[in-house]
Design a protein around this ligand. Sequence first.
Ligand SMILES: [Zn+2]
Length: 251
Amino acid sequence: MKMILDEYEYVQKMIKEKRFLDKPMSSTDINILAKYYRWCEGLTGNKLKNEVINFCEKATNIYNDISYESRIDYACNLSKKLKLRVPKPVYLTLTEIDIIKNIELNENIKKTLFGMLCLSKYYKITSIKITKNENEINSDKLYYNRPISDVLMLMKIRLNKAQRYGLMYELQHSKLVNARYNGNYEILFYDTIGEQKYEIKYIEDILMYYEIIMKNKENLTICSKCGKPMFVYNTHKNRQIVEPVCKDCKI
Ligand SMILES: [Zn+2]
């Protein structure tokens, strides 16, 4: 399933552009739309259903009542149990970072571990389930419940099938994660007591945060206003930039 980290932004784009972003009549898109109309516009029952249908009629010419009624009913029902996923910052502790830094494994494994840690925390704190929410958020266990391809994509790690198996083998043998029977991973180096030292404000940029936090890359820094990672274009080598500001904040 498609990875959508910020569902609010996603649905805003759908509505603004009056089109499906995934594919016409995509279940993913319809589910998000129904959640938006319920939780942000306060619609329920037939009003909710009609609004979803209304969008579909305008956004695609393949919509018809007969073929798609059950899909729309499903989305409306699902929206009772799930909210819209909206972004929240993720925090990492010094211990977690030190563990990844010091493990004697190749760069791809380190990146994967970093990405799994960030994404698991993100999905945990932005949990959209109506029930059991608190228990899950407060649990001292952390699980990576997404396909491994999500983390590889965000960390820009390109592997063939054999290399991917190799990576998963090494992950398991790192003893930092534990593959579970259902295909999830438990993150064993999750630290619930350490000081929350590093802030990941924009989850889609985790690769840049990785370069900054793990490697102190000179050409990268974090915007002092919005917290977004940014490139430093500095022609004068020794000039210190006291307060870096990204181009969006520079107005
Ligand atoms: Zn900024």
